[in-house]
Design a protein around this ligand. Sequence first.
Ligand SMILES: Cc1cc2nc3c(=O)[nH]c(=O)nc-3n(C[C@H](O)[C@H](O)[C@H](O)COP(=O)(O)OP(=O)(O)OC[C@H]3O[C@@H](n4cnc5c(N)ncnc54)[C@H](O)[C@@H]3O)c2cc1C
Length: 415
Amino acid sequence: MIGDRQLTPEEAAYADEASRKIRALVPPDLPERMDRNEILYPKDYLRAMAKHHYLGVQVPATFNGGGLTILHDALVNEMAGHWGSATLACSRSFTSHGGFILWKYGSDYLHDHYLRPTLAGEKFVCQALTEPGTGSDAAAIETTAERRGQTYVLNGQKRFIDGAQSVDFIIVAAKVRRGGREAMAMFCVDTDRPGYVIKEVQSDWMGFRGLGSAWIAFENLEIPATNLIGEESQGWKILMEELALERVVATRAQLGQAHRALSIAANYAEHRRTFGKRLRDHQHIAFKVAELATRLDAAYLLNTRAARLLQEGRGKEARLEVAMAKLAGVEAAWEVVDESLQILGGIGYTKKYPVERILRDVRASRLTAGSTEMMRLIIQQVAFDRLRDPDFRGELVGRELEGSPVQGPRRETTR
Ligand SMILES: Cc1cc2nc3c(=O)[nH]c(=O)nc-3n(C[C@H](O)[C@H](O)[C@H](O)COP(=O)(O)OP(=O)(O)OC[C@H]3O[C@@H](n4cnc5c(N)ncnc54)[C@H](O)[C@@H]3O)c2cc1C
């Protein structure tokens, strides 16, 4: 957004309109009230977003979605982050990636009972994957969903579940038999069922507050078999699609937040004077703003590329690009916000400006939806494959005196 984000004129106009509308839709004190845990899920805000078709932007309009693309959805999240907070953006992105898989894999029943009301702002959703025993290693979850006639019986625990105290239903990953990823299935679980237990309210964490997060348990919780999303065998595939979307769309909110922090810092530097001149006239500060603006725009570009690849249905082959967008996005956001706070000096560490809250919010994104380390794991796997050169003389490694490691004509590389 500082430079040209490689948007078409239509996409740029949509982003500008979303920016104006969302700025007006977010009550000025809402992010701070959520930060103080005075609100446990921003339902009025989500209802207002629904009226403007800002929930499930990429889902067809016949399902109450926006009928646009994943990039449009990411742009809305960018503005929700910019004018609101990470948690406001998160609450809408649940409807977005949850809505997307419900639309793509859900039955007519799930469409009518869950998808349409959710995108209309009448029902509220969150997702539960992480367990006390496993987070990054998603295939190792232990929650079970045992089929008994026309029902599934759920048992297990999930923790760090945003929205768990407030939503109407949760998209839950559980195992339908013993095994790894092949045993995983996805379900819609109503939170008013007997056997749904809040074990511990998780509201006092560092940032990312106001979502009613909790450690929960399913204790012989029965759901109708019709609440299975897709087929039993499709659970892992559905989860991966959902996570890919989250990695792109939710990260865009972090970029929106970082952009806001940098904007505050740049404006501050134009007015704050030290040693007889404006902060921006000290070359160190001016160059820092130049570096941060460049870092932010690079992350925007990677995000736009990943959103377009997902839109083309190339999610599986675009694992690298999605992981790069997530890694570069959240790491850039963290650095940009931290350095913006540095430019503000001591006042940045107070609540006079929202930068300290943004810093605490942004920090969570280096852990959520696949941590920074998990993104590096994915990237290195694909990168080593794509960087492999069959002409490289591996047998000469350590014996380079015997010949040049690369011999023969240089290969034309495709990338
Ligand atoms: C604010 C917040 C909100 C959240 N919201 C939700 C939610 O709504 N729903 C939900 O299901 N979950 C949620 N989570 C959970 C989040 O997705 C997990 O915390 C995350 O997946 C990491 O899992 P873990 O905490 O169990 O860490 P672990 O998997 O135990 O990992 C611990 C550390 O080791 C690193 N690590 C693990 N394996 C490797 C490896 N092979 N190589 C190198 N490093 C490794 C990790 O990156 C991490 O830094 C939330 C978390 C937070 C902080």
